[in-house]
Write a protein that binds this ligand. Structure first.
Ligand code: ADE
Length: 241
């Protein structure tokens, strides 16, 4: 994927609580809904000469909760490419990590891929690779990881917070470091547009640890989101330099 000079970055977050620390840190302006009637919210500002927009998936009209998951993420990515036309799309958020691959609470991964789906099972030969994906969408991520002292990792996405045996088999085969609910959906859209995309993911829970995922996620959401905002600000300052 050709990475062009970056003068404009868009950060795509699923949850408001994940995004707020960065929105406050960068003192971004609230621009309201990105594309009414869709729920995605839009904030903008600058980091030195870099134009920075944040898009958050927003609140579900019927259920009143954050629109986490792959279909709002894919629609948001399409709206971002259509309306904001960034030089780089960054999916920032939290994820489950894996002790067996060095994961720990609050650890931050920065990666240009591969981005996989672990819950799309289509055992029809030509559709299997399509179902799993495996997109790599930036050549620069490795250099940014080195400069920022973060870690590169494989991200695998699905629409459940928990993990069943089929998901686990795929996540093991992909050797994933981070399990989330958006990155691969965004990667698919970025690939259709032939645009670069990276993900920055902070770990809230250890999927192969001893604690129930939902309890660990709720306990660590704010700590991980603070670590995420700190890492993302350092990345934006590096891109702006
Ligand atoms: N986001 C944070 N933790 C997660 C997990 N374990 N699975 C999917 N998405 C997550």
């Amino acid at each position: 994927m050709p990475d062009t000079p970056i003068r404009h970055a868009v950060l795509l977050f699923a949850m408001q609580d994940e995004a707020l620390p960065l929105i406050r840190r960068l003192e971004l302006d609230d621009k309201g809904h990105l594309a009414p009637p869709m729920p995605m919210r839009w904030f903008d500002g600058r980091v030195a000469d870099l134009r920075v927009d944040v898009v958050v998936l927003g609140s579900d009209r019927r259920f009143g909760v954050d629109c986490i998951g792959t279909q709002p993420a894919a629609i948001a990515a399409q709206l971002v490419f259509d309306k904001l036309k960034p030089d780089l799309l960054i999916n920032a958020g939290t994820a489950g990590g894996f002790i067996q691959r060095g994961g720990s609470i609050g650890k931050v991964y920065l990666t240009g891929g591969p981005f996989y789906f672990h819950d799309r099972r289509i055992p029809l030969a030509p559709f299997e690779p399509y179902a799993e994906g495996g997109w790599t969408l930036s050549n620069n991520a490795a250099a940014w990881v080195d400069t920022l002292g973060l870690e590169q990792g494989v991200v695998s996405s699905g629409n459940s917070l928990d993990m069943n045996a089929d998901d686990a088999e795929r996540i093991e085969r992909f050797a994933a470091h981070a399990k989330d609910m958006e990155a691969a959906a965004i990667a698919w859209v970025a690939d259709q547009h032939q645009q670069p995309m990276i993900a920055v993911k902070a770990i809230t829970d250890l999927v192969d640890g001893e604690h129930p995922t939902h309890e660990e996620f709720e306990r660590n959401l704010h700590t991980a989101s603070d670590a995420l905002s700190e890492a993302v600000e350092r990345l934006l300052r590096l891109l702006a330099a």
